[in-house]
Design a protein around this ligand. Structure first.
Ligand code: HEM
Length: 390
């Protein structure tokens, strides 16, 4: 399904729209979404509780407002802040190379999500959490199972299964943290677990949120990005030649066009006048980030892929106090994967006509996106673009 024409219609004619069917207020303009994300009149805590069903997100920074939010977010930096990401960046680079080695050895079709996105996301978390190789399959199984908690439309049976899986994930991560405490293993998770500003449930709540809110969006970003890149030879060539900095800029543009988290919920604590209209107190609000990301009032040629777009004030990572704590990690991972993949496999191609968007609204993901990697470039690590010109 392509939601963008409907978003554009709302943005043009009713940027602050009350939907009588769901009794929710939809914000589709960039200025409105941006203002809502930054205003203390829009409660994230109530927004998360007020979703379509009881959700199983553990108490965490996403389900709290100031001042509790700040208290939880500050130590969260030990897991996902710049220092934490620097400490795992080389490891993630090795994981990318190993994954491309394995994928390139397989003949035939490969699905973007199950073949690349999901194993990559698992490998990234393995580095953040200090998982042993033997623990990765169990972690991935749990991460997949708890991801249902991200989808507000999941039915009661799926939601109950998601809640049960959350308990399992908590126990799994608790055991990993205890092991690190005994062995002295150093990684972002062990640094977070050693921080005495948090209670144990709060620490596990941050880890749980990182998995529920991040594993699947990170995994799906790969397919969503390739979906835009592969049919555009000039974009492929640009990224193949990009250094890490321009690749990070390109990742932002790919996320702008196909935000894996297309909206987020809030509840107003008082009446608010937004640029696009008035929202009453106690209103359930959806800030439609994916619509804001293509607002022609902010983005020139909003439906086109311009990999060097700068500035790029997209809202794929949200904004304001709840701005995605892992934005750096996501950019870094994308910037490590995409250019290397395109260099290693110069003939990579997609069966674009078989691409199928999932019915699930959150995350926005391709249910099917088959790729053919083709022969490997002789440059084993894909780092030397000059070779390719020879
Ligand atoms: C492409 C992948 C991702 C996207 C598009 C994304 C997007 C977002 C968005 C839109 C929010 C704000 C939600 C709101 O305001 O209601 C958010 C918050 C958050 N994200 Fe991400 N995210 C991604 C990956 C990750 C990953 C991999 C992690 C962890 C490893 C993560 C951890 C978090 C956390 C902890 C928050 C809550 C921050 C707070 O409430 O202060 N995200 N993310």
């Amino acid at each position: 399904m392509n939601p963008y024409p409907a978003y554009r219609w709302l943005q043009t004619y009713a940027p602050v729209y009350h939907d009588p069917a769901t009794r929710m207020w939809l914000l589709t303009g960039h200025a409105d979404c941006s203002a809502a994300l930054r205003s203390d009149a829009f409660s994230a805590a109530q927004g998360q509780q007020g979703r379509a069903r009881d959700d199983a997100l553990p108490p965490s920074m996403l389900t709290t407002d100031a001042p509790d939010h700040h208290r939880l977010r500050a130590p969260g930096g030990l897991l996902l802040g710049p220092e934490a990401i620097r400490s795992v960046a080389d490891g993630i680079g090795h994981e990318v190379d190993a994954l491309l080695d394995r994928s390139g050895g397989r003949a035939g079709e490969l699905d973007a999500a199950t073949g690349i996105g999901q194993p990559l996301a698992t490998a990234v978390y393995a580095r953040l959490f200090g998982l042993e190789d033997a623990e990765r399959p169990r972690f991935e199984e749990l991460a997949r199972a708890v991801s249902v908690n991200l989808d507000p439309m999941a039915g009661p049976a799926a939601a109950a299964a998601g809640r049960a899986a959350m308990g399992e994930l908590n126990r799994f991560l608790d055991a990993v943290a205890k092991r690190h405490a005994v062995t002295g293993f150093d990684c972002p998770l062990s640094r977070l677990a050693a921080d005495d500003r948090l209670t144990r449930p709060e620490m596990l709540g941050i880890l749980g949120l990182a998995v529920v809110g991040g594993w699947q969006p990170l995994a799906e970003t790969v397919g969503n990005a390739l979906y835009w890149l592969l049919p555009r030879p000039a974009a492929v060539e640009y990224l193949r030649r990009s250094d890490e900095q321009s690749a990070r800029t390109a990742v932002d543009e790919l996320l702008r066009l196909e935000a894996p988290i297309p909206f987020t919920a809030r509840v107003t604590t008082r009446e608010v006048e937004l640029p696009g209209g008035r929202v009453p107190a106690d209103a359930r609000v959806l800030a439609v980030l994916a619509a804001a990301n293509r607002d022609p009032a902010v983005f020139e040629r909003p439906d086109e892929l311009l990999l060097d777009r700068s500035p790029n004030p997209h809202l794929a990572f949200g904004g304001g106090p709840h701005f995605c704590l892992a934005a750096l990690l996501v950019r870094q991972t994308g910037a490590l994967l995409l250019p290397r993949l395109l260099r290693r496999f110069p003939a990579v191609a997609a069966y674009q006509e078989r691409a199928r968007w999932d019915d699930c609204v959150l995350p926005r993901r391709l249910a099917e996106y088959p790729l053919e990697l083709g022969p490997r470039h002789s440059d084993a690590r894909g780092r030397n673009t000059n070779d390719m010109e020879a």
